[in-house]
Write a new protein. Structure first.
Lengths: 293, 287
């Protein structure tokens, strides 16, 4: 906004009528494309879900399979997200507070899960834990199940959400610098009190932002989880997999009803993200920053 | 407990820091990275390597597999191009103009990141199917989207274009309007200001965003499989072929094709990193 103001307030670039018209046309074109391309699919989910009325919608969601899928999705997120939060904090502390060899390589390695196809990600764990995998024989000897069971789903989810917290925290902590922490240490504070009293309060919004991204992805992950899940109804089906199963059974209304829950989660994610961006300054957009010289 | 002087004795460290916790944090980071990412990655690559070069090549160049590359890469390229156009437009509008509801629009751009891919897949299929809200207007003109490569391109563009917006938007916002004003005062028209002032700065970001969109599109699974129709040789993407191989218990075949996909992923990742490095060096020189 400040950019726009600067432009319009400058005599040099005072827009002519033609330019104003062009500006309005571009904005309208962008909004139209956005509405058709992004908003319409969301509306379609709810319309399809409610196409047989509210009662049918409620019944579709109260199916035992859907409820157990919902529970599993919640359970998986509750394990995967805290693990990646711990990793994100550790990685960003090491990377932004110390100088060491191979730091750039480490930063690049953290990004790997973003580049790998989700299907390949799932396959990786089949290669390690599957019956024909490295640990497969040992696991089956001890009657432990990873692939086609909940642990495999958790691992696949951990993998796809691996970089989110770290990627939010690293640039943020880099920009913030370590002066306050060094001062505290020099004054005699120990490591944990520095972390709890200084670092954590400073990074809390960026941490929350990254956590929301990780949680959102872990709730919605499909490809990687699909490969390791085995699709056992009521046992290893997460909500996105349940959507697929219902859809493939031509039970469209139920599929869209389950999908509507995931869509609501996505909308909540977007709202929370925006709230954090606007209130805390954890974001990438200049236009909402108060200070602009 | 992190020992206070541990970090000084650690040979990895190139400059000592008064802060504690290096050993603990780097130890946890490396262990976690190794267990979650590196070992599984090695497992798949080693399985591919164990097949031997001949068998590997035979698997990854089988006609059905080659056809899946054509579908995947062709559609991903088309989707990346579409994403670049649409993403650039949105980034420009968001960075340069103010209008009511801008924050909402800015939030909605991230929807494809937040919306589960399976949901996007079934919803796009419903929209573009023969009797769908959009499909019913296209079908009379002979344009079939669902269950054709066009549908694949639509799904891939859906998941890809936010990468372009989020890459380009910050660069456009950081661009000092004074540069444009200077150009204008020297008599540059709108087109010249765009091609000479804005494009050189925005282009590397546009390239990065487009590469990321392409990478995401090439690996995409959930949003594509519902709308693709999945006809072997015609609308079957490579990611689905891996799943098919797995369902046939052909683990070697799956690992080989996954190896080929990983090679592509890492090439794009390397290209993006090189581009980033080049831009940083260029900017470093300028200041």
């Amino acid at each position: 906004m400040s950019v726009g103001q600067t432009i319009s307030s400058s005599a040099m670039l005072r827009p002519s009528t033609a330019q104003k018209a062009g500006r309005v046309a571009l904005i309208l074109l962008a909004l139209l494309l956005l509405a058709g391309f992004l908003v319409l699919p969301v509306i379609a989910v709810f319309t399809q879900a409610l196409s047989q009325g509210w009662k049918m919608y409620r019944d579709s969601i109260h199916q035992e399979d859907v409820l157990s899928a919902l529970r599993l999705t919640g359970l998986v997120a509750c394990i995967a997200v805290p693990l990646n939060v711990a990793f994100g904090i550790a990685a960003s502390w090491a990377i932004t507070r110390f100088e060491f060899h191979g730091k750039n390589l480490l930063i690049t390695l953290i990004d790997i899960p973003l580049a790998v196809s989700p299907v390949v990600a799932g396959l990786m764990y089949v290669e390690v834990f599957g019956l024909h995998g490295w640990l497969g024989p040992w696991l089956s000897e001890h009657n432990l199940h990873v692939i086609f069971a909940v642990p495999g789903i958790v691992l696949a989810t951990v993998f796809v959400t691996f970089p989110f917290v770290a990627r939010e925290l690293i640039p943020f902590m880099q920009a913030q610098g370590s002066d306050e922490e060094v001062a505290a240490v020099v004054l005699g504070a120990n490591g944990w009190s520095v972390f709890w009293r200084i670092t954590l309060p400073n990074i809390k919004w960026a941490l929350l932002y990254g956590t929301i991204l990780a949680a959102s992805r872990s709730i919605g992950e499909f490809g990687a989880v699909s490969v390791v899940s085995g699709h056992i109804r009521g046992q290893t089906t997460t909500l996105p997999l349940q959507v697929e199963m219902l859809y493939n059974e031509y039970n469209f209304t139920a599929a869209f009803a389950a999908a509507s829950l995931l869509t609501l989660a996505a909308i909540v994610t977007l709202i929370l993200k925006k709230i954090i961006e606007v209130t805390s300054g954890v974001h990438r957009h200049v236009d909402e920053e108060e200070v602009q010289s | 407990m992190p020992a206070k002087k541990a970090n000084n004795s650690w040979s990895l460290v190139t400059r000592s820091s008064p802060l504690p916790g290096f050993r603990l944090s780097i130890g946890f980071t490396l262990t976690y990275l190794t267990v979650i990412v590196l070992i599984p990655l090695a497992a798949i690559l080693l399985h591919g390597a164990r097949l031997g070069f001949g068998a590997f090549l035979h698997t990854v160049t089988a006609p059905r597999v080659l056809a899946s590359y054509r579908v995947t890469l062709g559609c991903a390229a088309a989707a990346a191009l579409l994403s670049a156009l649409f993403g650039m437009l949105l980034a420009w509008v968001l960075a340069r103009y103010s209008f009511p509801g801008k924050r909402i629009v800015d939030a909605i751009v991230d929807l494809p990141f937040a919306l589960p891919t399976a949901v996007a897949g079934i919803s796009l299929t419903a929209l573009y199917a023969e009797n769908g809200w959009i499909g019913r207007f296209l079908e009379p003109h002979g344009i079939h989207v669902a269950f054709t490569p066009i549908g694949i391109v639509m799904a891939m563009s859906f998941v890809g274009f936010p990468f372009v917006v989020r890459s380009v938007q910050p660069v456009l916002e950081d661009l000092d309007p004074a540069m444009e004003e200077a150009a204008a005062s020297l008599g540059a028209n709108v087109w010249q200001r765009f091609t000479r002032v804005i494009a050189p700065v925005a282009f590397p970001a546009l390239l990065t965003g487009t590469a990321l969109a392409f990478a995401r599109a090439a690996g995409e699974y959930g949003s594509v499989i519902f709308i693709a129709g999945n006809m072997p040789m015609k609308t079957e993407i490579t990611a689905l072929l891996i799943v098919t191989k797995l369902e046939e218990y052909d683990y070697s075949g799956a690992a080989a094709i996954a190896g080929a996909m990983l090679a592509l992923s890492f090439t794009i990742m390397l290209a993006v990193n090189l581009l980033h490095w080049w831009v940083q060096r260029r900017e470093g020189k300028r200041t």
